[in-house]
Design a protein around this ligand. Structure first.
Ligand code: ZN
Length: 228
């Protein structure tokens, strides 16, 4: 099995190369193979700077159990989602600009290309209670409730959260969500009417475009083409 710290570090570098950097902010986690603890990117480093020794193991209260880095204030995003979603093995949080701008428009996210079909129908989940940091267990629980059983939630006035059974899926989902937001913003900015897949087409494409084989190929491609 891949070392969790190494897998988190690799996922962070893929996020950095694909539109999710915000200086030292944003984080990625993987559930520990024992199912209880979480391996989380350490604070103070940008996504592109993360190495396995800059990943910390924490418990649900944010206590550091392994590693030497500082723990991100927003650790409850990861611990509280994993507490209520046993199917989730990895969580991404970023401040991707297109996601923040898109959320501020109030538009429903529409599948104008392939990527949007992962999130619609129904419309992508939203967390609108606060744009502040998710820095308490209570806020983490409320964010997890907003996510529900979905794969992503837009945090209005803040950023995005995506989840998956593993780091590759959660990271790819974040990349696809940012791209879907960015493309719809571009379409809306033309001022022209634009079109999108109806629900039946979107659901068919979701399975055909993003099955396990396609996701594995996409992940391998992103890893192979990482900047050295
Ligand atoms: Zn944040």
């Amino acid at each position: 099995m891949t070392d969790p710290a190494a897998q988190v570090a690799l996922g962070c570098r893929v996020l950095a190369a694909n539109g999710h950097t915000d200086m030292v902010w944003g984080h990625l986690s993987q559930r520990d193979p024992d199912g209880r603890d979480v391996w989380l990117k350490g604070a103070g480093y940008g996504y592109q700077e993360v190495t396995p020794d800059r990943v910390v193991r924490i418990d649900r209260d944010g206590r550091r159990l392994a590693g030497t880095g500082r723990v991100h204030l927003e650790f409850p995003i990861h611990t509280e989602i994993m507490a209520v979603r046993p199917d989730v093995g990895a969580v991404v949080h970023s401040h991707a600009e297109a996601a923040v701008v898109f959320a501020a428009t109030g538009l429903p996210l529409l599948p104008i290309g392939h990527e949007g079909t992962l999130f619609q129908p129904p419309d992508v989940a939203r967390f609108t209670e606060t744009g502040d940091l998710i820095h308490t267990r209570d806020l983490g629980e409320r964010l997890a409730a907003a996510l529900g059983d979905r794969n992503a939630v837009l945090l209005h006035r803040h950023g995005l959260v995506t989840v998956g059974p593993d780091v590759p899926t959660a990271v790819l989902t974040a990349i696809f969500l940012e791209k879907a937001c960015r493309m719809q913003l571009a379409a809306a900015a033309t001022g022209a009417d634009y079109s999108w897949s109806d629900p039946a087409e979107a659901l068919a494409k979701r399975d055909r475009c993003y099955g396990p084989r396609q996701l594995a190929d996409a992940w391998d491609h992103l890893v192979r083409t990482l900047p050295s």
